[in-house]
Design a protein around this ligand. Structure first.
Ligand code: FEO
Ligand code: CA
Ligand code: CA
Ligand code: CA
Length: 638
């Protein structure tokens, strides 16, 4: 179990733990990279590759009215919220919020009410909402409203607040963490108390680290997928590290396994970790969950293939709670952020996928066959199992291409490409990215956005596979501390086309601390709306782009004036960005969905007080919470 020396480890981010546990890659020659960055700076600042540069004039911001709501509320007319470090939700005048569901709230009446002095047991956690709510999607089923919500991991500061070590200290503690992760599916409704979970709904469901899953697609049955427990490589147990999400036109939920590696560890300190596993951050020590002490699946010394069975997109049918989730290996294995699905004009299913790690890649999946409304479940399986993965390559002139990952281009077979996807992408020399987070496709036109959150290794180190991270293209700053939002437009407005054009929708920065140069950000960043580390990007039904952040909240130095993590609203046409919400202390703002009538938006407030500094939302122990936000006049806002 965690010992006292590990206490501080519980306060580290997954990235920081990965860096500690994996030897730092080679320095790639900082001086040379810096020279090239400096020479690029002037080029980039005046370039059309930066949205708004030159072409962008502030007066055009007033023309945001093209996105005006049909009921007369122009959501861009609200007064920007001022950045702050309050332990609260701050919204523009006229908007209200309430906590809807928090970690530990029972989803069935036989569950016990959350008690912050007693916390939950393994059994009560299994009947309750999981921790660290993240990505989510809304589903309408038989006139009822469901939310499928990821529970990414557990926030040790709150989850183990009753333990001196602030970490698991018993077998029961470890098993409880396995019940607190995965996915919660809840029915919600708006009654006299506002939006709340419908307890005992037949649709309520918990999917945890122990729920049986079908392995589907090219990797199914491959020797790398076979374990002691599953010698055929066809069924795994559980999903965890579920970060972003997606929704299919056939009404299913896509949940994406991100930092899956940290749940594995080795009881034998001397085993050799293969290069294949090292690329994914597997190490002798995990993140401190100690799952390997209660379940040999997580012991690398006994089950070296088990990690090959996580790091996928998992498809879940919220309308049919008895169905088994399906791991969709055709969509590749990496630290998946989200899965943004669109149907190309010709009917092919296209899924955009980011790998959130410094210097990893941006991907696209294209099905072989075409989607038709009322497709049978066999046809759906075919669309999700038979297709091609591509990885993005960006050129400095603003063009780009999707490089197919095939036997011919990688020398790997299809199953190997789907299991060792990072290695396949390295072989075709794709563009190493500044941590691709959520991808969002504009519902009104063929254009796609991806948050590149930050990358302190840009220009300084290789990725774990030894691929260089040169400064340039969509990753224009060395030691990128602020992040940027990338946009690409598929050729001929066709998501299935293999080429595109790109620009940067916003380069985050701090124009007060850094009045000049790329650190000041693009022209649509000002002292009024500055932020760092964009993460969630989501379109609503009106085509407004919501940007959420997961960044530094010190509010000092490079980050002075930015306050807590926040949610901003952007007009993709004009480039205008306004701060709509500020979250409580030490939280990340993530996950976005909205009610059927589009009058309420649902947002995840994840790990408030992750370092112990918050009492959100009830003035007691800080708890991850999904909040509902609405306008007091009942306007449509999404
Ligand atoms: Fe769980 Fe990349 O965020
Ligand atoms: Ca994220
Ligand atoms: Ca993030
Ligand atoms: Ca997170």
């Amino acid at each position: 179990m965690f010992d006292a020396n590990d206490k501080n480890k519980a306060m580290l981010s997954f990235d920081e733990m990965d860096e500690i546990q994996r030897p730092a890659p080679e320095n790639v020659g900082f001086d040379a990279v810096l020279d090239s960055a400096i020479s690029r700076r002037d080029f980039f600042k005046g370039s059309a590759l930066l949205f708004g540069s030159g072409l962008f004039v502030k007066s055009s911001l007033a023309k945001a009215a093209s996105l005006q709501e049909s009921n007369g509320l122009n959501l861009f007319s609200f007064k920007d919220v001022v950045a702050n470090s309050n332990d609260d939700i701050t919204l523009p005048d006229g908007f209200k919020w309430k906590p809807m569901v928090s970690w530990g709230d029972p989803l069935w009446s036989k569950g016990q009410s959350f008690d912050s002095s007693d916390l939950v047991t393994e059994q009560s956690q299994n009947l309750a909402f999981g921790d660290n709510n993240d990505g989510m999607k809304h589903f309408s089923v038989q006139g009822r409203e469901l939310l499928a919500i990821n529970n990414e991991y557990v926030n040790f500061a709150s989850f183990f607040s009753h333990r001196q070590s602030k970490a698991p200290e018993s077998r029961g503690d470890v098993l409880k963490t396995q019940q607190a992760v995965g996915v919660s599916i809840v029915e919600v409704s708006a009654g006299s108390q506002g939006w709340q979970v419908v307890k005992d709904s037949p649709y309520n469901r918990r999917i945890t680290a122990q729920t049986p899953m079908k392995i589907t697609g090219p990797a199914k049955g491959h020797s790398l997928m076979k374990t002691q427990q599953d010698p055929d490589g066809i069924q795994s147990f559980g999903t965890w590290a579920n970060c972003g999400s997606g929704k299919t036109p056939w009404g299913t939920y896509l949940t994406c396994e991100e930092n899956f590696n940290g749940y594995y560890a080795s009881t034998d300190p001397d085993i050799t970790i293969s290069d294949e596993l090292k690329r994914y951050g597997l190490a002798h020590q995990g993140y401190g969950y100690d799952w390997h002490t209660v379940d040999k699946r997580f012991d690398l010394a006994q089950n070296p293939n088990e990690p090959n069975r996580s790091g996928y997109v998992v498809e879940i049918d919220p309308a049919n709670p008895q169905t088994m989730p399906k791991k969709r290996t055709a969509l590749g294995r990496f630290k998946h952020e989200n899965a943004e699905m669109v149907i190309a004009d010709n009917g092919q299913v296209v899924v955009y996928l980011g790998d959130d790690e410094r210097g990893e890649y941006l991907y696209r999946y294209v099905s072989n066959n075409k989607y038709r409304a009322n497709a049978t479940s066999e046809q759906i399986d075919d669309l999700m199992e038979n297709g091609t993965l591509y990885v993005a390559k960006f050129h400095d002139d603003g063009s780009g291409e999707w490089l197919a990952l095939t036997s011919e281009t990688t020398g790997m077979n299809h199953a190997e490409i789907c299991i060792h996807t990072r290695q396949a992408a390295s072989k075709v020399h794709a563009t190493t990215m500044d941590r691709p987070e959520w991808v969002a496709a504009n519902p009104n036109k063929a254009e796609v956005f991806c948050a590149l959150t930050n990358n302190k290794n840009r220009g300084l180190k290789t990725n774990a596979g030894g691929d260089k991270q040169p400064v340039g293209g969509p990753n224009p700053r060395e030691n990128n501390r602020y992040g940027q939002v990338l946009r690409w437009i598929p050729s001929q407005d066709n998501h299935a086309a293999d080429t595109f054009n790109w620009n940067l929708f916003v380069l985050a920065g701090n124009p007060v601390v850094h009045p000049k140069g790329l650190l000041s950000g693009s022209q649509n960043v000002s002292s009024h709306n500055m932020f760092n580390s964009p993460d969630g990007v989501h379109f609503d039904s009106q085509g407004k782009l919501w940007i959420q952040t997961d960044g530094k909240t010190s509010n000092e130095g490079d980050f002075a004036g930015m306050g807590n993590n926040q949610m901003l609203l952007a007009n993709p046409q004009s480039g205008e960005i306004k701060r709509f919400m500020v979250g409580p202390k030490e939280c990340e703002v993530t996950g976005f969905s909205y009610s059927e009538d589009k009058k309420t938006i649902f947002v995840s407030i994840q790990h408030p007080g992750e370092k112990g500094g918050s009492n959100f939302p009830y003035g007691k122990l800080a708890r991850s919470t999904v909040i509902a936000i609405w306008h007091k006049e009942g306007h449509q806002i999404a």
